[in-house]
Design a protein around this ligand. Structure first.
Ligand code: NAD
Length: 263
């Protein structure tokens, strides 16, 4: 009984995308601490993926590395074939892979950049969900999906055409899938982080003045950590969250509700 409380994900296989960096890496490590076996989906940086593998092992579990570009459906299909063969049927999927092309107004944005953001953040999430759901359906149902969205699934801002559109898409994809797979007892939710200290925010992190300025808009007066996001993800894939589906859980130090009130 004690063991069950400490290792709620024991033996569960979790596919985590973008797991070689930032939020995905923290989620892989946290899930491993709770007993899950991790399929680390990485993009280009094998050394960084190997670091995640070490974190997983240090936390007492095991993992395999799977290189795949989430924006390429054939690569995602191939990933699941390999995971099934090497680890078994995944029970958990976390879509954390993403890029942020914020800063260029739509009128000046090149089509390739818009395309790449949507293909990674939205199509990538869709491709993974599609393959994962097919596997869970064949296994008789049950399972957990967490999509890492953003406050920008809701908060629009100039220069955010590609990112806000893709995260807005993730919001509705999460809601639609939750309805489609409810009868299979698969929970589908999103986490909408605010500003989190990861390589995606490297520029601001390297500039203490800019970081302080950014924090001024956050009621809790600081950016969040990837580990804090990982704790929420761990809750959402646990049995404790069995009644939650089709929702976005914002984790932003109050930033989202502050926007429009002077932020
Ligand atoms: P990050 O840059 O540290 O991680 C992004 C990961 O996505 C990397 O591992 C990268 O290799 C992977 N990736 C990018 N393109 C890929 C592709 N085509 N195929 C496979 N993998 C690919 O940033 P992060 O902050 O950890 O971002 C994780 C998620 O959180 C993203 O979806 C991001 O939009 C979201 N998010 C981040 C913040 C933040 O402030 N950091 C805020 C809101 C939402």
């Amino acid at each position: 009984m004690k063991n069950k409380v400490q290792m709620p994900l024991k033996g569960m296989i979790a596919v985590v995308t973008g797991a070689e960096s930032g939020i995905g890496q923290a989620i892989a490590a946290e899930f491993a601490r709770l007993g899950a076996i991790i399929a680390i989906n990485y993009y280009k940086d094998k050394a960084a993926a190997a670091k995640t593998l070490k974190m997983v092992r240090d936390n007492g579990s095991s993992a395999n590395l799977y290189q795949a570009d989430v924006s390429d459906y054939m690569q995602v299909q191939q990933l699941y074939r390999k995971v099934m063969k090497e680890l078994g049927s995944p029970y958990i999927l976390v879509n954390s892979a993403g890029i942020n092309s914020t800063g260029i107004y739509a009128v000046d944005m090149d089509i390739e950049s818009f395309d790449r953001t949507i293909k990674t953040d939205l199509y990538g999430t869709f491709y993974h969900c599609k393959e994962f759901i097919a596997i869970r359906k064949a296994a008789g149902g049950k399972g957990k999906i967490v999509n890492i969205s953003s406050i920008h699934e809701d908060v629009a801002h100039p220069g955010g055409a590609a990112y806000c559109a893709s995260k807005g898409g993730v919001r509705n994809l999460t809601r639609v899938l939750a309805l489609e797979v409810a009868s299979l007892k698969i929970n589908v939710n999103s986490i909408g982080p605010g500003m989190i200290l990861t390589p995606m925010n490297q520029k601001v992190m390297d500039d203490p003045k800019a970081l302080k300025e950014a924090a001024k808009h956050i009621p809790l007066d600081r950016a969040g950590t990837p580990e804090e996001v990982a704790k929420l993800a761990a809750y959402l894939v646990s049995d404790d969250a069995s009644y939650a589906t089709g929702q976005t859980f914002f984790l932003d130090g109050g930033l989202k509700i502050n926007i429009g009130q002077g932020a």
